[in-house]
Design a protein around this ligand. Sequence first.
Ligand SMILES: [Zn+2]
Length: 194
Amino acid sequence: MQQSHDLSQVEVRRSRRRVRTVSAWRDGERTVVAIPAGFTRSQEREWVDRMLTRLAAQERRRRPSDEQLARRAKELSERYLDGRARPTSVAWSGNQGRRWGSCTPSDGSIRLSDRLQGMPRWVVDYVLVHELAHLLHPGHDEAFWSTVERYPRTQRARGYLEGYVYARSQAGERGLPADDDVDREEVDEVVDGD
Ligand SMILES: [Zn+2]
């Protein structure tokens, strides 16, 4: 869902430590824009607009097509699964319910939830590796997890997805997790001296 420029969901934070940088990132349903404390109102408006545009552009770039997804699945299978997992099709799906992805081992097809679109690539990669591993191990047994964990960011990606679900469940409430999460995706822009 595209939420940029929905200003009701934007929180502007003024920071005395910032002099020349503006940052923006998604925090659950909200978007936070951190600006130098000394900005005027019109600088604030200008920079909020600019950063929301940049953030949306960055997220659009992170939406690979079905073909790119299939190519990525092949690369990941070769790198982490000795090329043994060979899906017959890999595609985005808007019909995954609460799942991030699914795999039908009998016909070799893999689907990824389109809710992953716009998430960091290493998170999408984790879901791909997870579904690829199901072509080798249908259940979630020990052999399955030891295969998945050849992908080094497995634990981190699982934490990211849990945090995403948590943040959404809290949406609308105050007191969402603070902005010091090291995994947050943000864009930074250096303020030029105009
Ligand atoms: Zn699974």
